[in-house]
Design a protein around this ligand. Structure first.
Ligand code: E4P
Length: 214
């Protein structure tokens, strides 16, 4: 499973790159707004730091606007993946992007038919938002299992990018279900390695090491 980081904060991205297991980045308008900096400036800085797919989202909601923004974003760098919402005009724009050779990440997916339609339109990635489903007492990870089965049934190569991850168990389940990518907030990435028995075990080793004659 590939690890993307779900942030536009440069310090977090640098730290995740330093860990050596980062495959890409996803952003969205809310994450860009949190930086307080211009979109293009942040995007270009991310592209300098990360050698992998970087999702950047369109903000138009009509076909003409989305395809215009998709063309502009894709021209910035070959690693750009254009993020497009799974709405009527969005699906038309995804098909256009596929024909133009522009990679897409279809976002705000909350049901399996949205995922099937995105794959039929030629999406590179589908982003089901598991945490936001859990937030409304639905089962986010069940959606991942359903999409995995549908894509496998028909041989779609659209990659399942698990989004809106809130905690390590979302990552565990995503890997067990065969999701292609998990896009993970920085604080969850850091918690993936944490285990009290690791910390206790290390502490004991270090204390015992002091008893070794030198
Ligand atoms: C993914 O691409 C989205 O930007 C993100 O995962 C949404 O997460 P949230 O529900 O925590 O805002």
């Amino acid at each position: 499973m590939q690890f993307f980081i779900d942030t536009a904060q440069i310090d977090e991205i640098r730290e995740a790159v330093a860990l050596g297991v980062l495959d890409g980045v996803t952003t969205n308008p809310s994450l860009i707004a949190k930086t307080g900096r211009p979109f293009r400036e942040v995007l270009e800085e991310i592209l300098e730091i990360v050698d992998g797919p970087v999702s950047a989202e369109v903000t138009a909601t009509d076909y003409e606007g989305m395809t215009r923004e998709a063309r502009e974003l894709a021209a910035i760098h070959e690693n750009i993946v254009v993020k497009i919402p799974v709405i009527h005009d969005g699906i038309k724009a995804v098909r256009w992007c596929r024909d133009e050779g522009i990679r897409t990440n279809v976002t705000l997916c909350f049901n399996p038919m949205q995922a099937l339609i995105a794959a039929k339109a030629g999406a590179t990635y589908i982003s089901p938002f598991v945490g936001r489903l859990d937030d409304i007492s639905s089962d986010g990870m069940e959606l991942i299992a359903e999409i995995r089965q549908i894509y496998d049934n028909y041989g779609f190569d659209t990659e399942i990018l698990v989004a809106s991850i809130r905690h390590p168990m979302h990552c565990v389940q995503a890997a067990l279900m065969g999701a292609d990518v998990a896009t993970i907030p920085f604080k969850v990435i850091t918690s993936l390695l944490r285990h009290p028995l690791t910390d206790n075990g290390l502490q004991r080793f270090l204390e015992d090491w002091k008893k070794v004659p030198r």
